[in-house]
Design a protein around this ligand. Sequence first.
Ligand SMILES: [Zn+2]
Ligand SMILES: [Zn+2]
Length: 178
Amino acid sequence: MKIDLTQLLEGKVSELAVEDFFTPGDEDAAVPHGIKLASPMHVFCKVKDNHGCLTLTASAEAEYETVCDRCLSPISTSLSFSIERLIESKGTHITADDPDFEDEDDILHLVNGCVEIGADLAEAFVLELPMRHLCDEECPGLCPKCGKRRADGDCGCKFEKEIDPRLKVFQKLLEKPQ
Ligand SMILES: [Zn+2]
Ligand SMILES: [Zn+2]
């Protein structure tokens, strides 16, 4: 996703706001297996010129589909995240020593008056994804015997009570014919 900064660089405006939609491509951070974007990410991008220092903030909303980690029911959910970047431009030479932007990754480079934020958005999305997805915090998962969703009601499977292995020897004794 390219942001054209020409207006800002020419001094016509001191602030730029861009709203756009973005779908990560093959060259971007891979969306994990089992996560499928339902639609392109909705991105609001703002670039400010603060006395020659250009900062970019982009907030994005991504709707995606996945399955519950416990019962495999489909889940539709969304994630909001944002990125903040410094733009290396006319005169401003930002080095990795800059205390606010220690990481070289926090700096965007100008190419023909534009900056590319697609790769950064895709990466931020992947990093912000929750570790697990549940249809419900209390999701009881699947029956280990028949595979039915336990939330749908009792499947009728019978489970033998777990017996303490130390007691098994006594059980054997009891089972012996008299
Ligand atoms: Zn579930
Ligand atoms: Zn069952």
